[in-house]
Design a protein around this ligand. Structure first.
Ligand SMILES: Nc1ncnc2c1ncn2[C@@H]1O[C@H](COP(=O)(O)OP(=O)(O)OP(=O)(O)O)[C@@H](O)[C@H]1O
Ligand SMILES: [Mg+2]
Length: 452
């Protein structure tokens, strides 16, 4: 499964979206906690400044310089700023040597932004009734600490949400994806014409199952319609064979009992030949129906393709000789056996060899090969006759289709349809290729879709 596939699934996106919303909510919550706590701490610092300023001035003007020096000395943590200045702003005592410029002298606490002080530090500047100016400030170490805690919490929880969100999203999407994959496999088979397959439906009856159910009903209906259409042709073939046989018998009797000669006799002979041709077609049509309806596994057994091919060659050797076409064989002795109906395989290869001999001109060559491929055995029948152009290769597999050039040869255009039906029954693939020159018909004897 590719990451891009994972990304496209609805559960993955939904989980990620949920994670993002959750992360935003967490950020908002932590922000709120920070804002509230920082406000509270600021008010606390302000109170400390105010009460310290009050304490320092308790002793009056005389004791103020000394108290300020004392306050600096007792501040072991160095978080307090104290300064006493004359009315003109000249330093008298304390650890603050100069008044911050522009700071309001109103006895109220404000934030002091000054180099060397923590951001958020607070201070008040107050003018004494006797003119001196008192500066009392407090560091914002707690605020900085708090901010660090919150930022760290955001980093850690953000990372966790990201990792857990991605993990949960991947886990949640994997199962639906696997199910979609199995549905895709099943529908691929259905698209290739295997109407027997149905999409898997689980007991959960969720939305995927609902869709699979709808698709299955559609395949059911298609299969039913297809059988109906097919059986129309077969029924016609079946129903017409009896009257046709009677017609043939009648024509035969006419020929035997009347002493017709010349053109009249020729006409009767022609009528007989046409009737025979019709009967052959009807028989072939019925045969295709029979093969398609056959219970797949019932007649299957392990088959040695070598012996099937040898029989086909034996059967066609005399006709090859008559036609002046060389019939050669290249058979791999190590080709594995296949599960198949031997009679049907014989019929299929026989049809293909019959075509090759029929369409290859005198002096040509037909080669029957049995190859071993990684996926399984492959039967090839190649000739050096006129071949079938690439554009026509699908068409010749259809019922009754005969190429323009083939019209001079006898046939009804049903041979390859029978071969296709047999291949389909076995889950094998029939491939028409260019033999340069000529046609190569190959039967890949392994289940479709297994190609590397
Ligand atoms: N080896 C081949 N070389 C050239 N054309 C071929 C070859 N095999 C098949 N074809 C073409 O494919 C058409 C269909 O073949 P198919 O076997 O279905 O019918 P047919 O041989 O004409 O009649 P039937 O097999 O029913 O007696 C043929 O009419 C011919 O045009
Ligand atoms: Mg044929």
């Amino acid at each position: 499964m590719r990451p891009s596939e994972l990304w496209r699934t609805t559960p993955f996106r939904l989980t990620l979206m949920n994670g993002a919303v959750f992360a935003l909510a967490l950020m908002a919550l932590l922000g709120l906690i920070y804002q509230q706590t920082a406000g509270y701490l600021t008010r606390q610092i302000d109170q400390i400044c105010v009460s310290e300023a009050k304490n320092l001035t308790v002793g009056g003007a005389e004791r103020l310089p000394e108290r300020v020096t004392q306050a600096v000395a007792t501040d072991a943590r160095h978080i307090g700023y104290y300064g006493l200045f004359s009315a003109e702003g000249i330093w008298i005592s304390g650890n603050v040597r100069s008044l911050p410029s522009g700071f309001p002298i109103d006895g109220k606490t404000h934030e002091i932004r000054q180099h060397g002080l923590q951001p958020g530090s607070r201070a008040l500047v107050q003018r004494m009734p006797w003119g001196e100016i008192l500066f009392v400030g407090h560091d914002a170490l707690v605020l900085t600490g708090l901010r660090e805690i919150i930022v760290n919490a955001l980093k850690v929880s953000g990372g966790l949400i990201l990792v857990m969100g991605l993990g949960a999203a991947a886990l949640l999407s994997l199962r639906p994806l696997q199910r979609i994959d199995s549905l895709r496999d099943a529908s691929r088979a259905a698209l290739k014409g295997e109407l027997g397959v149905r999409l898997p439906v689980s007991a959960r009856r969720d939305e995927i199952d609902m869709l699979a159910g709808v698709a299955n009903t559609m395949i059911d209906e298609t299969e039913r319609l297809l059988w109906e259409v097919k059986s129309v042709g077969e029924n016609v073939a079946h129903d017409l064979r009896t009257p046709l046989n009677r017609l043939r018998a009648l024509l035969y009797r006419v020929r035997q009992e009347t002493k017709l000669v010349g053109a009249e006799r020729e006409m009767i002979d022609q009528a007989l030949a046409e009737t025979d041709e019709l009967l052959v077609r009807f028989r072939a049509l019925q045969r295709i129906g029979e093969i398609e309806r056959r219970d797949r596994q019932a007649f299957f057994e392990p088959v040695r393709l070598q012996s099937v091919l040898e029989h086909v060659i034996e059967l066609h050797a005399p006709s090859a000789e008559d036609r002046g076409v060389e019939l050669a064989a290249e058979i791999a002795a190590d080709a594995p056996q296949v599960q198949a109906d031997p009679t049907l395989l014989f019929e299929a290869v026989s049809n293909v060899v019959d075509n090759a001999l029929k369409f290859t001109p005198k002096g040509g060559k037909v080669t029957v090969r049995l190859l071993t491929r990684e996926e399984g055995p492959r039967v090839e029948v190649a000739d050096n006759g006129p071949g079938v152009p690439a554009a026509e290769r699908d068409a010749v597999l259809q019922r009754f289709y005969r190429a323009e050039r083939a019209r001079t040869e006898p046939g009804s255009g049903l041979g390859l349809s029978i071969v296709t039906a047999i291949a389909r029954l076995h889950h094998f693939t029939l491939v028409l290729e260019d033999a340069r020159p000529g046609l190569k018909v190959a039967l890949n004897c392994w289940p479709r879709g297994m190609e590397a």
